[in-house]
Structures are given as structure tokens and as C-alpha cells.
Design a binder for this molecule. Structure first.
Ligand SMILES: [Zn+2]
Length: 524
């Protein structure tokens, strides 16, 4: 459930963004009424839109930055186009601000940074930061982007996420819910996990202080932990589950239950075990209700049969599959679940193909593990002969960044080497997509990306996708980046030894094999 208040705030933020960036009539008209140069008006005007969105203006200023086009609309010192405005990097006092009128375009000449010697000598840190910003090599408008969105555009969804304070992050949240278990059962479990069931101890906390007694064993006061774990009835059910799973179950807290699911169950069996736990907790709770309010006692054998019948339903209706393994087989059988064998897998041949003569083919790859990312690529001619390759260590970046940087490196190197017919091949679908629409490209890379697209327009250029199994040379070169200590591009003139075997296999046209399950095959 979303709070309407937050949704409304998010809609206002989005409207404020549209007001600043859209070129529709309403936005142009309202902008002319409320903006006075860099500032907004402080007096009242009759506009329902403005009165609701003006409070969001600061959020827009604080969370946006400029992507430089021609630089004419960006104030060099006061606008954010580096991580912080230049005025705050250099600690200019506020009183100076009105006199800082230079735009970014004043520091650009012919698409290159033009910063005078005296400025770079006095502010070396600023100079280094500026030099890292890629300028577009063709005419382009400045663009304001929303920093936390990868596309740079503020969608209503992004606005909502910005306004919505993130809730708790709990490890068992995903274990409680499953499409194969009725939501009403999961809901009861969810309430138990949050200690929100009306057990006697919780009622007392809410001021309903009555003498408390466990309805099942009549020996202890009722707390959630006693009812579900310590009570003799609960213990019978848990020991049934323990013998079913053939492992001891020890719980010190509610959250410990879900440790059972940490085991490497195959998907169908996981659903069954999950359904066992959820239904077991439900049975305990409804048995207590029956004893208290209807004087009906259900004995533990009947309860277990009840659990099995519900688990059997979940286990048989799920579309997930199980592997043949003795323990899982016994569990599924005991719960009257028919085992669903995994789908047959098929073998597909993947062959790397050389380009036509006079063409150069570059295979690229990027990869990332937490905090470290790498990119690599290899250029080959129509005989499959290596013309060179590169590896780069990228520091902290995500997989898409790494793939895109590999593609940009390849294009820039191809231009430097004077190749005019270039075939770029990647195993990433997103890279292929990025060549069709640059909205895929995160804003931090967009200027460099558009420069590269500009370069490809001067070549005969095509892109294609290959399965990972056909892209092993590029993959190995990328992984070599992990051993590099600097962030510079590392260039190989000849094929290094660690890829020679795969390189020769590619040259000889030898296939690699890909195992695909039937459903994937239909999609491809
Ligand atoms: Zn009890």
C-alpha cells in the first residue's frame, strides 16, 4: 500500500521537474511568470500548479546536475555540473555570487576545454576535475538531469522512490511469501514474524491485562514464542518436520525458522518446505482459536494430515521443478507431491565467425564484481588474425558501465587505428540496445557515448550479439584487467598466452557449446 500523501508529494516533485524541463505551452508560460533569471519569485501569484510545486524547487536544485552540451545555459561557478558547484569547491563567499556570470561555454573552444594557464596553476584540483568531463564533439544543447536516475530523466516512479523513506530490510521477507502458497496463510505468518498476533502477551502490551494461560498445555502463560515453539503441541509438529527433513531444528528466535530454507533445495522442494513451515504455523494458530472460542480440540496427528494436504496442493500446483535426489524424493513423497523433473536441456553450437575481407571485427566484454569492474576487447581481421587487444581496470562500476566502456574503448581505438569497416560484437543485449537508443546509457557516460556514435557515423559500422560461449577471448582479456593496478587502457600488440588456446579455436572455426533449457530455446 502506498501512502496517498507520499504519492501526492511525488507527483508535485515530478510536476516541478516538468515545469523546469518541458517545452510544452503550460511550462513555457508558467516559467515566464515565476523565474527571474536564476531565481524564482517569492511573491504570490494565482496559479494552482505553482502553489503546489514551488516547495519542491529546492529538491530539484539539490538533486540535479547539468550534462554539458554547448555550455551556454550553465553558469560556470554556480550551477552543478561537477559533483558540486565550482563556487563551493573553491569556497567562494556568498557575497561574490552575483558577480559570477561566466558560463561554461566561455571555457570551451572547438569542443575542447580552454582553461588559461593562470587558472590551472592557481586551482590545480579544479583543473583536474574539469578535464575528466567529456565534451560533446558536435552541436548539442545543455541538459539538466536527475542524478539518482540512470537515464537522467525524473519519472514519477523515481520521484516516488525519492519521497518514500525506505522501510526495514529483513532477510526472511521473501521466504514468507510465494506465488504457490495462499496469501492468507502467508499473511498470518507475516503477522507472527512482526509479533502482531493477538496472543495474551501482546494483548497485555495493549492494555488488556487478563490472566494468561496457554490454551493447549494449560501449564504456562501464553507468549507467541511459547505457543509456536515451546508448547508440547508445537514441539510435536516441529519434531515431525525435523524427521521429515532429516535434520535437527533448533530455534532461539522467530527469524531462525527461515534458516531451514537456506539449504540448497531445488525449486520445487523449496516450495514444499516453505509451505510446510507456513502451514504448520497456521495450524498452531487456528487450533488455538478453536480451543479458545469453540471448545474444539484437534489432535496432532490430524493436524499433521491437514498440513500435508495443504502442502500437497502447493507442491503439485507449482511450475517449479526438482532434481532427482534421494532426500528430496522422500520429502516430496511424504507430502504427497509428484516430482516434476527438470526440463530437458539442449546443446547449441556457438561458433565465432571472422569478418569479410577489408573488415575488422572487435569482440568486447565487460564484467563486474562488487567494487571492481573490468573491460576488454580484441580486434581481428578476416583471417581471424589478432590485430591487437585491450584490457582495462575500471574501479567501482556496474556491469552495464563496464560493457559500455568496453564498446566505447573499441570504437575510439578503431578510429585511432584508422579502421573504416568495423564490426563490433558483444554478448550483452543492453549494449546492442544502446546502439539503437541512447536512453539505455547512464547519464554519466552519455557525452562520451554520443561522441562514439558520432565516430561510427564516419565508418561502415555494424553491431551483433553473440552468446557468451563465443566471446571467451574478449572475456579473458577483460578479466586480465583485475590484475592491473592503474586505470589506464592496457594494450596488447600480440595475442597474450592466456587467450591463445581459445584464440586458435576461434581461428579454426571450432565450436563451443551452450546448454539451453527448452523454455529458453523457445524464447530465442
Ligand atoms: Zn502451551
Amino acid at each position: 500500500m502506498r501512502s496517498l500523501y507520499t504519492v501526492n508529494e511525488a507527483a508535485n516533485l515530478k510536476m516541478c521537474w516538468d515545469l523546469k524541463n518541458f517545452n510544452e505551452d503550460w511550462a513555457i508560460l508558467l516559467r515566464s511568470k515565476v523565474f527571474r533569471g536564476r531565481k524564482v519569485i517569492s511573491h504570490h501569484i494565482f496559479s494552482s500548479i505553482w502553489s503546489s510545486v514551488k516547495s519542491e524547487m529546492n529538491n530539484i536544485t539539490d538533486n540535479c546536475r547539468w550534462i554539458i552540451g554547448n555550455g551556454e545555459n550553465i553558469n560556470f561557478c554556480l550551477d552543478t555540473w561537477l559533483d558540486k558547484p565550482v563556487a563551493s569547491i573553491l569556497n567562494f563567499p556568498d557575497t561574490f555570487h552575483t558577480s559570477l556570470t561566466a558560463t561554461v561555454s566561455d571555457y570551451i573552444q572547438n569542443s575542447f576545454w580552454h582553461i588559461s594557464q593562470s587558472v590551472s596553476d592557481s586551482y590545480p584540483t579544479l583543473y583536474n576535475l574539469v578535464m575528466q568531463i567529456t565534451l560533446p564533439k558536435f552541436p548539442k544543447e545543455d541538459k539538466l538531469i536527475w542524478e539518482s536516475s540512470s537515464t537522467g530523466n525524473l519519472s514519477l516512479k523515481e520521484a516516488f522512490l525519492f519521497k518514500y523513506s525506505v522501510g526495514q530490510n529483513i532477510s526472511w521477507a521473501k521466504d514468507v511469501w510465494s506465488p504457490d502458497i495462499p496469501p492468507s496463510k502467508s499473511l498470518m505468518t507475516w503477522r507472527l514474524m512482526h509479533n502482531k498476533l493477538p496472543t495474551d502477551d501482546n494483548m497485555a502490551l495493549r492494555g488488556c491485562n487478563l490472566p494468561s494461560m496457554c490454551s493447549s498445555c494449560h501449564a504456562f502463560g501464553e507468549t507467541a514464542f511459547h505457543l509456536f515453539f515451546e508448547c508440547s503441541f508445537a514441539q510435536k509438529l516441529w519434531s515431525w518436520l525435523a524427521s521429515l527433513l532429516n535434520k535437527p531444528l533448533l530455534f532461539n528466535s522467530l527469524a531462525d525458522i527461515w534458516a531451514i530454507l537456506d539449504n540448497s533445495w531445488t525449486p520445487q522442494c523449496k516450495v514444499v518446505v516453505q509451505a510446510c513451515i507456513v502451514n504448520l504455523l497456521n495450524i498452531i494458530w487456528y487450533r488455538r482459536k478453536n480451543i479458545r472460542f469453540q471448545d474444539k480440540i484437534v489432535d496432532w496427528r490430524t493436524s499433521i494430515n491437514l498440513i500435508i494436504s495443504k502442502v500437497s496442493l502447493s507442491g503439485n500446483l507449482t511450475s517449479k521443478t526438482a532434481a532427482s535426489n534421494m532426500l528430496e524424493f522422500t520429502i516430496l513423497k511424504a507430502c504427497k507431491v509428484n516430482i516434476k523433473p527438470p526440463r530437458p536441456s539442449l546443446i547449441k553450437e556457438v561458433i565465432w565467425a571472422p569478418p569479410l575481407s577489408s573488415w575488422v571485427k572487435v569482440n568486447i566484454d565487460g564484467a563486474s564484481i562488487p567494487t571492481r569492474a573490468v573491460a576488454g576487447g580484441i580486434f581481428r581481421n578476416f583471417e581471424g588474425v589478432c590485430l591487437g587487444g585491450f584490457s582495462q581496470f575500471l574501479g567501482d562500476a556496474n556491469a552495464l558501465h563496464a560493457e559500455l566502456i568496453a564498446a566505447m574503448n573499441a570504437i575510439e581505438v578503431a578510429a585511432l587505428m584508422g579502421f573504416s569497416n568495423v564490426w563490433l560484437e558483444s554478448d550483452s543485449q543492453l549494449v546492442i540496445l544502446a546502439f539503437k537508443s541512447n536512453t539505455v546509457v547512464p547519464w554519466g557516460l552519455r557525452n562520451r557515448w554520443e561522441n562514439c556514435i558520432h565516430i561510427t557515423h564516419k565508418m561502415r559500422f555494424c553491431v551483433s550479439q553473440i552468446y557468451r560461449e563465443g566471446n571467451i577471448c574478449a572475456d579473458s582479456l577483460a578479466n586480465f584487467g583485475l590484475s592491473l593496478s592503474s586505470l589506464d587502457l592496457f594494450w596488447f600488440d600480440i595475442i597474450p598466452d592466456f587467450v591463445r588456446r581459445e584464440y586458435n579455436r576461434n581461428r579454426l572455426g571450432m565450436p563451443n557449446f551452450r546448454f539451453v533449457t527448452f523454455s529458453l530455446l523457445l524464447m530465442n
